[in-house]
Design a protein around this ligand. Structure first.
Ligand code: BGC
Length: 258
């Protein structure tokens, strides 16, 4: 099978790589271009086009779709929310905007859904037969809910209201940095968050990703939960790998409402 291009749109960088979907690994270096200051759909699409063109110049992409992640709710190709990105994404026909700019088929997915599927296909939860929740702790909190390998998209569990607050505004890794919290101050916030998540969904496994998961030994062992909670394995490769995987998967399961 030909490698598939995955692109991960983040707050500070837009990254792409060709993915070997048999192995769940990059088969090229990752190309990263900073996210434009005012990250509107048109400006982001320009950067994505630079990345795609640069891979297309050196590799045969055939007519495979390009998988793209975005930190927003995505339903039927349209972005519906914009918690940590430019508000002009709300209700944008984003998948079409990318497809028009690239002249290629595009599958646009939520960033945490992509990272979650990658972890279940190839990473920390590989082949898990039960209910897995993957959370990404970054600027926001992203979530993926995967039951017996099937993704329930756009769960947005970072926006659970806990103690009258949007959970991600209190417990994301970005908040830890912004408020200069020590782990001893941050762990109780994570404890409250994951206990709540557990009491609502009763997952079989929780996987924690996002940049901070590199330091998992500083907080995961301190959490007291009924559910096993483990660090993600694919780290900052998960979004790109999951985007490529979901792009191919969408070909065999076309959206009947799309
Ligand atoms: C957004 C989600 C996204 C998460 C991680 C949240 O603020 O609402 O869509 O997955 O951040 O980027």
């Amino acid at each position: 099978m030909r490698p598939v291009l995955g692109i991960d749109i983040g707050g500070s960088g837009i990254k792409g790589a060709l993915v070997d979907l048999e192995k769940g690994e990059f088969c090229t270096d990752r190309l990263r271009i900073p996210t434009p200051e005012k990250s509107t759909p048109a400006k982001v699409a320009q950067v994505v086009a630079r990345i795609v063109n640069s891979f297309a110049a050196e590799h045969d992409l055939g007519d495979d779709p390009v998988g793209i992640t975005i930190p927003a709710v995505v339903t039927h190709g349209r972005t519906r929310s914009a918690a940590n990105i430019d508000k002009s994404w709300i209700d944008a026909e984003a998948e079409q905007i990318f497809a028009d700019k690239l002249g290629r088929r595009v599958v646009l997915v939520n960033d945490a859904d992509a990272a979650g599927m990658a972890e279940v296909q190839y990473g920390a939860a590989k082949g898990h037969p039960g209910l897995v929740i993957v959370t990404t702790l970054g600027t926001g909190i992203g979530s993926a809910l995967i039951y017996r390998g099937l993704l329930v998209p756009n769960t947005e569990l970072g926006h659970l209201e806990i103690d009258g607050r949007d959970a991600e505004s209190h417990a994301s890794a970005g908040v830890k940095t912004n408020e200069g919290l020590k782990y001893s101050e941050y762990v109780p916030r994570l404890q409250r968050y994951y206990s709540h998540l557990e009491s609502l969904f009763w997952p079989d496994l929780i996987v924690v990703g996002g940049g901070i998961s590199r330091s998992h030994h500083k907080f995961l062992p301190k959490l007291e939960l009924k559910t096993p909670i483990i660090p993600a394995e694919l780290r900052n490769r998960a979004g790109i790998i999951g985007a490529a995987w979901l792009a191919v998967d969408a070909q065999s399961h076309p959206d009947p409402l799309g």
